[in-house]
Design a protein around this ligand. Structure first.
Ligand code: NAD
Ligand code: UGA
Length: 447
């Protein structure tokens, strides 16, 4: 079947960029992205400089496709019924209460999307899981769809997304692979083929991998776990390097030059952040425990333990330095986003490191080129770690120049390109380069 109308539920960091790229590459398909968040949809339809997601290259695509074959709307039910294929790209955070709290994925947004699809559909639909989900969720989705609507046929596919924030458009244009899981029944195979036909407009066919639904669901969690595991591995070695005078940059280079290992994801850091690695590993751990694989669960939990360790380690390094030189309890954090080229601060290491300092009564100065001050405050309030009134302990700065004038130690937490312009001679040993982005290693503290 040649799909002509798509609806995507969820206009966030995945739903909107993914649909924008499909709209660009498939001008023959009309796409409506819907969301329950009315303000977010208003922003997607509003001025191009205030889109709700910052992603290099995205606004240019929105300008080319918006109101031509890409639409943003709050009319969820109508948009679903109008479409032949519906993507579910809603959030799947860690559950906060009930069974599996603190570990399992909260599937309530996915389940409520499935109910809305069932309620709104008057013709057959292909439902595509775009969100990251625990293996065997498609079973649950099918059950909800069929229980709430037995007059049309629903085919459920798993098509997990592998884009990384900050490079989402590049990743979507040139995906390493597109993974599509479907049933091996006649209608399942036909649904898979219609999704393959969409991607093959720009992705070489040998990079489109069709598998069974469960493999697709599990491969997504496993990919994130393997990526995070590499970061924890290199971060764990950075601590050993510091004790032994080995240089982690040299060690990382030497390891990565083995082509069986490869160079990517071996950059030492203040720990990985972002909305997915932690929640997806917790989800994997929970699944392993559910299947009585406790040793496997403990193995993956270790990746998160090292990540927490790295964040505390950073605090200890700076706190010890400040005590040693009898300095004022004040520090400057350069970078709040969890990586460069995004305005997303979810699970950023800056939040955790800052909260250690706040607990110790430090004044902290903060500058990030993209994350808004209100968001930074929300991030800190969420951790509830502060001793005094938060407003008395934090100062916001709106330029690199202004924050460096404070004379307090500078902690580079995000690898924003503009931080490379820091004058290492001028600031001497005040710079803690936790992303190893500066060249002058003699004048900065490096891992
Ligand atoms: P997000 O929070 O940015 O966006 C999700 C959107 O879904 C929100 O705008 C929310 O209002 C909306 N929503 C929730 N329930 C809804 C409902 N019932 N009806 C309509 N809209 C609803 O999340 P995200 O970062 O885009 O992630 C979405 C999924 O994709 C998650 O499962 C995540 O693990 C996965 N993923 C994320 C990334 C990433 O880099 N952010 C990459 C790959 C996969
Ligand atoms: C990650 C994966 O890379 C994507 O493939 C996946 O689709 C996505 O999660 C998801 O499922 O959400 P993302 O979290 O957006 O993407 O960004 P990454 O580039 O993976 O970075 C995550 C964190 O790891 C960042 O804090 C980054 O600074 C850190 N990192 C990355 C390191 O500390 N060292 C490295 O070598 C690489």
């Amino acid at each position: 079947m040649g799909i002509k109308r798509i609806c995507c539920i969820g206009a966030g960091y995945v739903g909107a960029p993914t649909m924008a790229v499909i709209a660009l590459k498939c001008p023959h398909i009309d796409i409506t992205v819907v969301d329950i968040d009315i303000e977010k949809i208003k922003k997607w339809n509003g001025p191009i400089e205030h889109l709700p997601v910052y992603e290099p290259g995205l606004s240019e695509i929105i300008l080319k496709t918006r109101d031509k074959n890409l639409f943003f709307s709050n009319e969820i039910e109508n948009s679903i019924d109008n479409a032949e294929m519906i993507f579910i790209a809603v959030n799947t955070p860690t559950k906060l209460s009930g069974e599996g709290a603190g570990m399992a994925a909260d599937l309530s947004y996915v389940e409520s999307s499935a109910k809305t699809i069932a309620k709104s559909s008057k013709s057959d639909k292909i439902v595509v899981e775009k969100s990251t989900l625990p293996v065997r969720t498609a079973e649950k989705i099918k059950e909800i769809l069929n229980k709430n609507n037995n007059s049309v046929n629903f085919e459920v596919l798993s098509n997990p997304e592998f884009l990384a924030e900050g490079t989402a458009i590049e990743d979507l244009f040139k995906s390493d692979r597109v993974l599509i899981g479907g049933d091996k029944t006649k209608s399942g195979l036909s649904a898979v083929q219609s999704l393959v036909n969409i991607y093959k407009n720009w992705i070489p066919i040998d990079k489109i991998l069709t598998v069974n639904v469960w493999s697709a669901e599990l491969s997504k969690l496993a990919s994130n776990a393997m990526l995070a595991q590499r970061i924890s591995s290199i971060n764990s070695l950075s601590a050993l390097c510091k004790k032994t005078d080995a240089d982690i940059e040299e060690v990382s280079k030497a390891i990565g030059m083995d082509k069986r290992i490869g160079t990517e994801f071996l950059k030492v850091s203040p720990g990985f952040g972002g909305s997915c690695f932690k929640k997806d590993i917790l989800n994997l751990v929970y699944l392993c425990q559910h299947y009585d694989l406790n040793e496997i669960a403990d193995y993956w939990k270790g990746v998160l333990t090292i990540n927490d360790f790295q964040r505390s380690r950073i605090f200890n390094i700076v706190n010890t330095f400040i005590k040693k030189y009898n300095l004022k309890k004040e520090i400057s954090i350069l970078g709040w986003a969890f990586k460069k080229n995004t305005d997303d601060s979810r699970e950023s290491s800056s939040i955790y490191v800052a909260s250690h300092f706040l607990k110790e009564g430090y004044i902290i100065n903060i500058y990030d080129p993209k994350v808004k001050n209100d968001q930074i405050k929300k991030d800190l309030v969420m951790l509830k770690h502060t001793s005094k009134d938060l407003n008395q302990q934090i100062n916001f700065f709106n330029s690199l120049e202004l924050i460096t004038n404070t004379k307090s130690p500078l902690l580079i937490m995000t690898e924003w390109d503009e931080f490379k312009s820091l004058n290492t001679n001028k600031h001497k040993l005040r710079i803690f380069d936790f992303r190893n982005i500066l060249n002058n290693s003699k004048l900065t503290y490096r891992f």
